[in-house]
Design a protein around this ligand. Structure first.
Ligand code: GCB
Length: 691
């Protein structure tokens, strides 16, 4: 519901002072429902929950409200607001001028000078201003939109403003009226603005978005503001933002902003989970409706030829698809990534007459399960051979860009990669859609990166993290490509509160989605890690001969083999080498290899591969190189215009390591390919009694 902006509560955040020391006492349960108990406290046999997923769904935590991707349909329209917006960074000392002078009340150009700012894009790298590049605090975006007449006059139309991602804390006004506020980049949020745009003879509206990129110990990722108060060395009020993660804190409107419509009685959410029984695909669906209690729902599942293969009625049910085409990962099957369409049709009786709404959801039928030493997709061992990425490119920063996206997917397929992790935050919805379409398997990671301060384990932090997992699961739950959630990267999981924190967080994520395994990515010692007992798959990062024993490629094999053995002996869970790599500057050559040469990067990978080849026979189920491409970081003596561990440059040109990995990934793919006959075989893991 729209309400008048006060601005008061907002201004106190800008710029935040370092937070007072927070209690690190373990918070009370916040959603972990103890559903999944078992081996190593809290970790039920992963195969069992995967099999029972659809059954457990009803026991899972219900998410409030949907976040369906806005699509056009006979009942829905879209209007994209990409392009040039007016922009101003609030350089006032306390960054509060915009709120004090109410910049949202009138067109931004009336309160001072503005810049042209492209959307979507980070604001940091498009200009020539050093201060804007590293700006911390509130920035203001504004855009006037002309609205179709029907949207402003037809009271049966619901008009929604959707922001794909605004980093980090955003406040939104339409025509000066506060309509939304959201904390956290990387995930979408919406505001129903129907009443505002339908309240008078308007043909346009003015959208103002204030965004603050300040990170605190309780944001995800966390950060701190350090005030430098020695006035003999620093100007008055001088502060810097410190973070514990290795990428530039790009900010702005990173993803598409758009308006879309639905009827006032509408399909609010759809949840699909799938299973397989012999040759029959099982599609469990649940549809929620807003706006009326008197409605009918029809669902039809269409194959790729447009033939209806199953249908049902009502808000929940199971569709059965005889001789189903399963969704297989790229290179695992000769027909990977098969997608059906679930067409949902709502008809409702309203005072104004009959209303219909349509939504079409891509559905891949597949199962995911974890045993003591394997990761199974459709009952077959799946080996992750892929990459870690970043949303990062020249000029646009973290801004969504179709050409870049298509290039990256072409490179992934060229490489023979079948998977990536969304290190270290959720990626754009359009990325997830391409993963579904190309069969690229995803470990979907939250922005829980850099959780190393004791304050970041406080109740306030945990509550926010639980909320972020809810938003992530709500957005990505229906993507067949997503096979596992990662709640964090390299937290200080050896700190005392980490045990309770990760137990709660993982239990909550499983309660939200009982159909997928959950992990976090660790670099802690296997004996000290207090979160590892709760994960389904051990994901370990290591940088042997890079950050440790640098220059000594000869120690890698022993180090790595010992590490794997220690983890497996302790937990008997499958292991993924979730990061490994070396920096190289494209064009630097040195033989014998020296650090930062292309030869050293290659040589380091080769040593890892020798051990991975031994251990993948036993319990290692994947390897993800750090990193797909070079990317921007904060400036530091360790970084040369960013992190150079890419196997491609930031401009997506291959280094020598890319050719090495390409050869390896295609070899791995040939070893793990399943043929049609195998695909039709029974998916044993679908039965809770199969292990
Ligand atoms: C890591 C982090 C990643 C860094 C990488 C590196 O362990 O997870 O964010 O970029 O190491 O290159 O240091």
């Amino acid at each position: 519901m729209a309400r008048e902006a006060s601005g008061g509560h907002v201004t106190s955040r800008a710029p935040p002072r370092p937070a007072p020391p927070a209690s690190s006492a373990a918070p009370g349960p916040a959603g972990g429902r103890g559903l999944l108990a078992g081996r190593h406290e809290g970790s039920m046999h992963a195969g069992l929950w995967a099999a029972l997923g659809p059954l457990l769904w009803a026991c899972g935590l219900a998410l409030q409200g949907g976040m369906l991707y806005p699509q056009e349909s006979p009942s829905r329209e879209r209007k994209e607001l990409d392009g040039l917006w007016s922009f101003r960074a609030d350089f006032s000392e306390d960054r509060r001028q915009g709120f004090e002078r109410q910049w949202y009340r009138t067109p931004l150009r009336e309160s001072g000078p503005t810049l042209d700012m492209p959307v979507p894009s980070s604001f940091n790298d498009v200009g020539q201003d050093r201060q804007l590049r590293s700006f911390v605090g509130w920035v203001w975006y504004e855009r006037e939109v002309t609205l179709p007449q029907r949207w402003t006059q037809d009271l049966g139309t619901r008009v929604v403003l959707r922001i794909g991602s605004a980093h980090y804390h955003a406040i939104v006004w339409v025509n000066g009226v506060h309509v939304a506020e959201h904390e956290g980049g990387h995930l979408p949020f919406e505001a129903d603005i129907s009443k505002l745009v339908q309240s008078g003879p308007l043909s346009s509206c003015r959208i103002t978005i204030a965004i603050n990129n300040t990170l605190t110990p309780h944001t995800l990722p966390p950060g701190t503001i350090l005030y430098k108060t020695d006035i003999s060395k620093y100007p008055k009020g001088y502060f810097v933002q410190n973070t514990n993660f290795d990428f530039f804190n790009y900010a702005g409107l990173h993803r598409p902003v758009l308006l879309y419509t639905t009827p006032t009685t509408y399909i609010d959410d759809i949840t699909v989970t799938t299973g397989v029984d012999q040759d029959t695909g099982l599609v469990d669906y649940q549809v929620s409706v807003q706006g009326s209690e008197y409605f009918q729902l029809e669902v039809r599942l269409l194959d790729q030829e447009g033939k209806v293969v199953a249908q049902g009625t009502g808000g929940r049910g199971q569709l059965q698809v005889p001789n189903a085409h399963l969704w297989w990962p790229y290179l695992m099957h000769e027909h990977p990534a098969y997608l059906y369409s679930l067409e949902v049709r709502l008809t409702a009786q309203t005072a104004a007459g009959a209303v219909s709404d349509f939504y079409s959801l891509p559905v891949g039928i597949r199962t995911v399960a974890v045993t003591e030493h394997r990761f199974l997709i459709n009952g077959k061992p799946f080996y992750f051979h892929g990459v870690n990425k970043h949303e990062d490119a020249d000029i646009r920063g973290r801004g969504f860009d179709w050409p870049l996206l298509v290039k990256d997917f072409n490179l992934l397929r060229w490489l023979g990669a079948n998977a990536f992790r969304t290190s270290h935050y959720p990626y754009a919805e359009e990325v997830m859609q391409l993963c579904d379409r190309y069969g690229i398997v995803v470990i979907d990671e939250s922005p829980g990166v850099g959780i190393v301060l004791a304050q970041s384990y406080s109740n306030e932090s945990l509550q926010h993290h639980l909320q972020v997992m809810e938003e992530l699961v709500r957005r990505d739950k229906n993507h067949p490509a997503v096979v596992m959630w990662s709640v964090a990267n390299e937290p200080a999981s050896f700190l005392k509160p980490a045990g309770y924190y990760f137990k709660t967080l993982i239990a909550h994520t499983k309660a939200l989605d009982p159909s997928r395994p959950v992990t976090f990515v660790t670099n802690s010692n296997y004996e000290a890690d207090l979160g590892a007992p709760y994960v389904d798959v051990i994901c370990v990062n290591s940088y042997y001969s890079w950050y440790h024993d640098y220059g000594h490629l000869e120690v890698i094999q022993l180090h790595l083999a010992t590490e794997f053995e220690n983890w497996y002996r302790t937990y008997q869970k499958p292991i993924i080498q979730s990061e490994y790599g070396a920096g190289s500057i494209a064009g630097f050559h040195q033989d014998p290899p020296l650090m930062f040469s292309e030869e050293y990067q290659k040589g380091l990978l080769e040593q890892y591969h020798l051990v991975l080849d031994q251990k993948r026979k036993d319990y290692v189920v994947g390897e993800l190189i750090w990193n797909f491409a070079d990317f921007m970081t904060d400036q530091s003596p360790q970084r040369v215009l960013g992190n150079k561990k890419g196997i491609f440059t930031r401009q997506r040109q291959p280094k020598a390591a890319a050719f090495l990995l390409r050869e390896r990934y295609w070899k791995l793919a040939n070893e793990t390919m399943y043929h049609l006959s195998a695909a039709k075989s029974q998916c044993l893991e679908n039965s809770p009694f199969s292990f």
